[in-house]
Design a protein around this ligand. Sequence first.
Ligand SMILES: Cc1cc2nc3c(=O)[nH]c(=O)nc-3n(C[C@H](O)[C@H](O)[C@H](O)COP(=O)(O)OP(=O)(O)OC[C@H]3O[C@@H](n4cnc5c(N)ncnc54)[C@H](O)[C@@H]3O)c2cc1C
Length: 308
Amino acid sequence: MRELGGMTMEVDVAIVGGGMGGLALAVGLQERGIKAHVFEKSPKERKHFGTGISIGQNGIQALEGIKPGLSQKMESEGQRTRQFTARIRVQGEPEKVFTQLPQLTESEVMFTVAWKGALETLADELDPSVVHYRHSFVDYKLVEEGVESRFEVRIEQDSDACTVETNVVKAKLLVGADGVWSGVRKLVVGDEPRDLCLVTWLSVVRTERIRSLNLNDDDEIRFIVYPATKTGVITCSCGPEYTHWQYRVPDESRELMKSFTSDFNAHGKEARKMRILKQLEGVEELQNLKTAVERSESHLVREDRNFD
Ligand SMILES: Cc1cc2nc3c(=O)[nH]c(=O)nc-3n(C[C@H](O)[C@H](O)[C@H](O)COP(=O)(O)OP(=O)(O)OC[C@H]3O[C@@H](n4cnc5c(N)ncnc54)[C@H](O)[C@@H]3O)c2cc1C
């Protein structure tokens, strides 16, 4: 790794993080004539994040507030949701269906879209020159009339070598939209996210590969709760191509968490899939999910320790 100098740029608003929050903010500001620049540590090519996002009335209102017509654009990538069902399964008892869940009325709109599609819809609204990929926020200092931030920029040369530059960005306002492990928040507030002692495995899988398993109807978000093990399964369709599955287990002792990393791009992709399959081994009522996991591409299977 070689370290090089770097460049200095001056912008009105610097947003750290090109996730849903950072991109949505940048689009909203752009609509109001304020040029915000987004600095995202990941490369430009977006992978599937193993999940989808369900957007209801509040989300639609927010998207329309950001830019009129944005919610329809996003919905065109996704699937209209018309039913939530929650089922509770106790071994040896018939499945109970919760009827108390609020159901969508005819006039209420909700849709579910793959995370990748939602991010791409937002990014497409921005002038590409304002989104800077491979920029990892390091720190900031207050300067006259603003704030000066430093970003490490990794430039891969080949599989073994890369150079790292440090770019300095001066802005009137710095916004931390860099997720639950926010480096900006750490410097400003100094606290740590709260460990929920939960582990979630999740993925999106091509619907054609799992349709025969009847995990959910196309317009349904289905939760299944297993009180004996305090585990839960969520499945839903997130557009014409993909279905999302999610399996959540408690991990009070943190034994499960010890073995894996929260970095989605890190090594051990196959290992993530092996770990969830091990969890599902021999659990009679989860064999359909197990088949869906087996049919999911390893590089799309994600495992997360859950923090808030
Ligand atoms: C297991 C799991 C499942 C979830 N499922 C759902 C779901 O189904 N639906 C739903 O609505 N929500 C879901 N959530 C919650 C959802 O992920 C968050 O609410 C949402 O991602 C927050 O958006 P954000 O833009 O604030 O942060 P993020 O989506 O985390 O985006 C932060 C961005 O900042 C970048 N970044 C981080 N550090 C730096 C740095 N130093 N420099 C530059 N860039 C940086 C990251 O690469 C990322 O692109 C789930 C969360 C988890 C953990």
